[in-house]
Design a protein around this ligand. Structure first.
Ligand code: MG
Length: 421
């Protein structure tokens, strides 16, 4: 038993060396790596960390929301933690990104890395370099050559111009220039299209089919998110039609139940659930077990920062897929560098010839760089028992607060919804 004593939420904003234009928000000049951090502290002094995406300080009230559900619970009881986060989501917003922090604590309590908690052994994992910006053909070929010269054996290109011809030319031109020296994958970023600044192309099934033919003829190894992530019928049809594997599944915040349906329908050949986005480690782990039963492929997805990379790396290492599959390595200099991506960690994840070692330290396997956190982070929320008590007394008075406390102490058993696994 390792009781949750305090929850802290941080907003972190680390400057990028130069402006980075993420392909998934066309026209958005990203000048900082922004993310949320949660720090969970237990009564026995163990801390767990996780991270989630943000635009700004929208998580400023999150500690107030989740505190009453989580303070006092056993941090190592993942089943209860999953249930509590689920309960918050019914009337609040979905926050499964906090769940890996509890695995971090569980691992530290048991002296095991996440990989070991999941039944695996820390190991070498293959990476593919993941590009982040839209480019023209000349720029793209130069970028792929740079990654090849740095030792990468596999790379994923973001390709989705308004003009379809430019997409075709870029795939064909890059494939011809590299001549099989490096594996090429393509991401069309249609899964969760955002057009809040510049316009973004909106693919339909016919365009996706045409592009998958072009990719297949050019020897591309997989095509990621060529259609909206919830257009299940079209995804099934495309996956059946395509001569190359269709990949996707990174951002399904409904986690296991939705991905289970998509696996059963064979919406993709390769599923890429990210534990930060898709229901936490526990639900992604259950997705992986189901993929095995259905003889479907799994590949690790990640983008945010070194913490989310560490979480998904541990899962990839334990998954049983690491002999044949790769994990995404977000690396798109000069804007998205390893240092800007991982500065929140004491030890950034530098690749070695398209591979990386899974950390062996207990929990998620990293140490937070407290200096970076002080410099670029702001604590925007905090919740613990004294604060909860004050809040309760102010809102409900002493009599009702005592009744609530009594009910909480009498609650002995938890009932769980069964469709999470
Ligand atoms: Mg993607």
């Amino acid at each position: 038993m390792s009781k949750i004593k305090q929850i802290e939420i941080y907003y972190v904003s680390i400057p990028l060396p130069t402006i980075f234009y993420p392909a998934w928000i066309p026209g958005f000049p990203q000048n900082e790596n922004r993310f949320a951090l949660i720090r969970v502290l237990t009564e026995d002094g163990i801390e767990g960390w996780s991270t989630g995406p943000v635009i700004g300080k929208e998580h400023a009230t999150l500690a107030n929301l989740i505190g009453p559900y989580l303070i006092g619970e056993d941090a190592t009881d993942i089943e209860t933690i999953q249930q509590r986060i689920r309960e918050v989501s019914y009337i609040g917003w979905r926050n499964f990104w906090i769940e890996p922090a509890f695995w971090d604590i569980k691992g530290k309590v048991e002296g095991k890395s996440l990989c070991e908690l999941l039944g695996g052994k820390p190991r070498t994992v293959k990476l593919y370099a993941s590009t982040g910006e839209l480019k023209n053909s000349t720029q793209r070929i130069k970028e792929v050559e740079q990654r090849y010269n740095e030792g990468f054996t596999s790379i994923k290109l973001k390709i989705h111009h308004m003009d379809e011809k430019m997409d075709n030319e870029q795939v064909q031109g890059t494939a011809k220039a590299m001549d099989g020296k490096i594996d090429l994958h393509v991401d069309a970023n249609q899964g969760w299209r955002v057009a809040m600044i510049s316009n973004a192309p909106l693919w339909d099934l016919e365009r996706a089919k045409r592009f998958s033919d072009v990719c297949a003829a050019a020897g591309v190894k997989s095509l990621e998110e060529p259609l909206a992530m919830d257009d299940y019928d079209s995804l099934c049809e495309l996956t059946k039609y395509s001569k190359i594997p269709v990949a996707g599944g990174e951002l399904h915040s409904y986690g296991y139940p939705e991905l289970k349906m998509m696996i059963e329908r064979k919406c993709y050949s390769i599923f890429t659930p990210d534990a930060v986005f898709c229901g936490g480690v526990a639900q992604v782990w259950n997705v992986i077990q189901l993929l095995k039963k259905h003889n479907l492929r799994f590949s690790g997805h990640t983008w945010l920062n070194g913490i989310s990379f560490a979480i998904n790396l541990q899962i990839m290492a334990a998954s049983g897929y690491a002999d044949t599959e790769e994990i995404e390595y977000p690396y798109a200099p000069p804007g998205w560098t390893v240092e800007a991506r991982d500065q929140i960690l004491e030890e950034p994840f530098y690749h070695k010839k398209s591979t990386i070692e899974t950390p062996t330290a207990p929990g998620l396997g990293f140490k937070i760089n407290k200096k970076t956190l002080r410099k670029y982070g702001t604590r925007i929320g905090i919740m613990n028992q004294p604060r909860l008590t004050v809040h309760s007394l102010r809102s409900f008075g002493l009599k009702v607060s005592l009744l609530m406390d009594k009910a909480l102490k009498e609650r002995k058993t938890n009932t769980f919804n069964s469709n999470q696994a």
